[in-house]
Design a protein around this ligand. Structure first.
Ligand code: C2O
Ligand code: CU
Length: 471
């Protein structure tokens, strides 16, 4: 990855960490659930993305903030949210990772009409799975809206949550900020980003801020809900000596296992729940840093919240499984999804709205530089139709020179290793490496029309999107 990451602020963060420290017990805007109809107003606002000595940044956000309100529900609750559009462009809300009723999935032109400026839309849905989820707009080319700050978290609590002393949200986002401290809007939508790795930011925030500090006592057990709402960056998070257990991936529990030495790799839209015991002396500090380039410290757990105690003797127990059906073996029916295009491997031609166009016309007239199975943009026909309950494998072949984080709506899936054995855990988004392939399997048990697309949102807008139907 090309990284020109925060050379200015990696210095600043180290020096202002103390000043910017805020105790993160619960997120700032916590809404207890079931919340009666919560109104989410998509509108312009400002956020203190940079250090407090620097200007606030004009953004678009739910209630004008970034991130938007944290919505918290219990497993099985009905969530009621009314979206009010106070932007000058159409928008919707997609509830990423929720195995939702199709009509509530928030995909403009596929599951609902876009919500026009001044209009509203009522979202009502139950949350079948406990876990860490998030929400964001899903109109064609929602990249610019997410990029400007429209996103928030939806946390669904387990019936019996794990025994921890702190339940902490760390929502990472990267922003492209100009010298004036404002979002570089002039570069939004450029084809160069779209044809390369997507729109990479130069400023990283956690929970919409420059730096996040979690105050704990020595011996405390901390749950960290790590979320990436980056448009395109693949985060690599280093946890130093913390050595957390991974307990859930994309909201779905996995048998607890140690992260170990490697960084935690998080593609756009992915989530990982971690549990860590902070073992150390009072005053100790556990930095969490983005390490893909020069390490950039974004968060620290600081042992300054009082006298400590002995850490728990046992590793964290597994979270209770969610009611997700998974294929018992690798499904026989396999659908190929071949990704092509992008810089250095440009499309020769692709189908667009029923016509075959050459690569130049696609790029210059339609802003399309990627294709899935030779189709740029949403195809008229689904990638596949499945009967309810049918197991389906999708073999994702990345015939490009860039990684792609592929997201499936309405379902979670298993990933198979090269020998065809399922890897631990279920995901809703998987990163497929350049010139590599990944096979996933799911039970098509949620009726409706569901998207599969690259969550590097500029890639999606530039062609990497398709859909399937469950009948
Ligand atoms: Cu997170 Cu189709 O989206
Ligand atoms: Cu992509």
């Amino acid at each position: 990855m090309s990284i020109d990451f925060l050379s200015r602020r990696s210095f600043v963060a180290g020096t202002t960490a103390g000043a910017a420290a805020l105790t993160l017990g619960l997120p700032r805007r916590l809404l207890a659930a079931p919340p009666g109809p919560l109104v989410l107003e998509a509108r312009p606002g400002t956020a203190q993305l940079l250090t407090t000595e620097e200007p606030a940044t004009a953004i678009w956000g739910y209630q004008g903030g970034a991130p938007g309100p944290l919505i918290r529900a219990r497993q099985g609750d009905e969530v009621a949210v009314t979206l009010t559009n106070r932007l000058e462009v159409p928008t919707t809300i997609h509830w990423h990772g929720i195995r939702i009723e199709n009509a509530m999935d928030g995909v403009a032109h596929l599951t609902q009409a876009p919500v026009q400026p001044g209009e509203r839309f009522d979202y009502r849905f139950t949350v079948p799975d406990a876990g860490t989820f998030w929400y964001h707009p899903h109109v064609h080319g929602s990249g610019p809206q997410v990029d400007r700050g429209l996103s928030g978290l939806l946390i669904v609590d387990e019936a019996t949550p794990p025994d921890v002393d702190h339940d902490v949200v760390l929502q990472f986002d990267d922003w492209r900020i100009g010298q004036d401290g404002q979002i570089d809007t002039a570069s939004i939508g450029n084809l160069h980003d779209a044809a390369h790795a997507g729109r990479l930011g130069n400023v990283l925030t956690v929970n919409g801020k420059d730096f996040e500090t979690v105050a704990a006592k020595a011996g405390d057990r901390v749950r960290l809900r790590v979320v990436s709402s980056c448009n395109a960056r693949i985060l690599q998070l280093g946890f130093g000596d913390l050595d957390p257990w991974i307990v859930a991936l994309d909201g779905q529990p996995v048998a607890p296992h140690r992260l170990g030495a490697g960084p935690l790799i998080l593609g756009p839209a992915q989530r990982v729940d971690l549990i860590a015991d902070v073992v150390g002396e009072p005053g100790g500090r556990f930095p969490i840093a983005e390490v893909s380039g020069e390490p950039f410290e974004a968060t620290a757990i600081v042992l300054d919240a009082g006298e400590g105690s002995a850490p728990r003797a046992d590793p964290p127990p597994a979270l209770s499984a969610n009611p997700v059906s998974v294929p018992s073996a690798k499904p026989e029916r396999t659908v190929d999804l071949v990704m092509s295009g992008g810089a250095m491997a440009f499309l020769q031609e692709a189908r667009f709205e029923g016509e075959v166009l050459d690569g130049r016309t696609l790029a210059t007239e339609h802003g399309l530089v990627w294709a899935l199975n030779g189709v740029a943009g949403m195809p008229e026909k689904p990638l596949f139709s499945a009967r309810i309950g049918e197991p389906v494998a999708v073999r994702m072949v990345n015939d490009t020179l860039f990684p792609h984080s592929m997201h499936v709506h309405g379902h979670h899936f298993v990933i198979y290793d090269d020998a065809g054995a399922p890897l631990p855990g279920l995901r809703d988004t998987v990163t497929v490496d350049p010139r590599a392939e990944t096979t996933i399997g799911l039970i098509a048990d949620n009726p409706g029309k569901w998207m599969i697309h690259c969550h590097m949102l500029e890639h999606q807008a530039a062609g990497m999107e398709t859909w399937f139907e469950v009948l």
